[in-house]
Design a protein around this ligand. Structure first.
Ligand SMILES: CC(C)(COP(=O)(O)OP(=O)(O)OC[C@H]1O[C@@H](n2cnc3c(N)ncnc32)[C@H](O)[C@@H]1OP(=O)(O)O)[C@@H](O)C(=O)NCCC(=O)NCCS
Length: 143
């Protein structure tokens, strides 16, 4: 699977993927009002801004970002879910973080994403409240 850097021309497609995830998948766990606020947050313009702050990667049908050993914006299009794209994106950024010498990877998971990270070997370290509700903080050693 080809995983590459996000480029400005990807912004509309990636915003579409995130919007479908939020409305079709995360909407099972969050009220409509929160989902719409999340969708409003991840506009194409905002993604271009975020890509300037973090290392943002794209695969066909998915995206993930990192800042050092912290994971952000992990989304796979519901139309392509369950095919290993999320696992491959995580392995990719874990490899980048490990090469920089980080001992562990840390992610903030929505209620919807929590089981995915647990499946990948992440362990809960705490919970936090964000503007979008409950978030689980999980870590996985990069040894
Ligand atoms: C969570 C998400 C990123 C998973 O992406 P994906 O490409 O479908 O995941 P993969 O196919 O790589 O799955 C990897 C493993 O995790 C498991 N898995 C995937 N989603 C899961 C979930 N929600 N709960 C439990 N396990 C899950 C798969 O069964 C698979 O296990 P296996 O390899 O042993 O068969 C995707 O469903 C998504 O974007 N969801 C909405 C947004 C979201 O919640 N993002 C998470 C960040 S908060």
């Amino acid at each position: 699977m080809r995983i590459r850097r996000f480029e400005e021309v990807d912004a509309v497609v990636v915003a579409g993927i995130i919007g479908r995830c939020l409305r079709e998948t995360n909407s099972r766990d969050y009220p409509a009002e929160v989902i719409e606020r999340m969708c409003a947050h991840f506009t194409p313009g905002r993604l271009v801004e975020l890509a300037g702050l973090r290392e943002m990667r794209v695969a066909p049908h998915g995206t993930v970002s990192r800042d050092g050993n912290k994971v952000y914006t992990m989304f796979v299009d519901p139309r392509a879910a369950g095919k290993g794209i999320g696992r491959a994106l995580m392995a990719h950024i874990e490899g980048l973080a490990k090469a920089e010498g980080h001992a562990f990877m840390e992610t903030g998971a929505s209620i919807t994403g929590h089981g995915f990270y647990r499946r990948l070997g992440y362990v809960d370290v705490r919970e936090s409240e964000t503007e979008f509700g409950l978030n689980y903080i999980l870590r996985r050693p990069l040894g």
